[in-house]
Design a protein around this ligand. Structure first.
Ligand code: FES
Length: 154
């Protein structure tokens, strides 16, 4: 259930555009910021607020890898496996994290600390391989660097 604060923020955003549907990305960002992911109930609420159908909201939510359609751990490791990162051992980064955390892509550790995902290009190709954790980019990854990053995340 969306908070009153989120609903008010969505209404403020709607005032900026000629059509309510223009606010869908902003609304989904707000939901994810509050909940950490976007549930079916939240998609239905957003649809209702924006005069859309739930399937229209689901289509947008599922199109963007930045939106989580199921709960994630405290730290969401999003490893780029697109071309530049793939050429710089992005798959190796994924495999190393899988081994280190004992999870597969799409899974969360038992302590709910980490979720591992693969994503498409994050626009940081010149510093491949890279991953995003929260709002932060971690670039030029190596196994020791990954160890150090994960160590700092509580
Ligand atoms: S290919 Fe990985 S950031 Fe662009």
């Amino acid at each position: 259930m969306l908070s009153e604060n989120a609903k008010k923020e969505i209404e403020r955003e709607m005032a900026k555009y000629p059509e309510k549907r223009a606010v869908i990305l902003a609304a989904l960002h707000l939901v994810q910021k509050e909940e950490g992911w976007i549930s079916q109930d939240a998609m239905e609420e957003v649809a209702s607020l924006l005069d859309l159908t739930p399937i229209e909201v689901r289509e947008v939510t599922s199109f963007y890898t930045m939106f989580n359609m199921r709960p994630v751990g405290n730290h969401h490791l999003q490893v780029c496996t697109n071309l530049s990162c793939a050429l710089m051992n992005g798959r190796g980064v994924v495999e190393y994290i899988q081994r280190k955390l004992g999870i597969e892509v799409g899974e969360t550790t038992g302590d709910e600390r980490f979720t591992l995902s693969t994503v498409e290009c994050l626009g940081s190709c010149g510093t491949a391989p890279m991953m995003q954790i929260g709002d932060d980019y971690h670039e030029n990854l190596s196994e020791p660097k990954i160890d150090s990053i994960l160590e700092t995340l509580k």
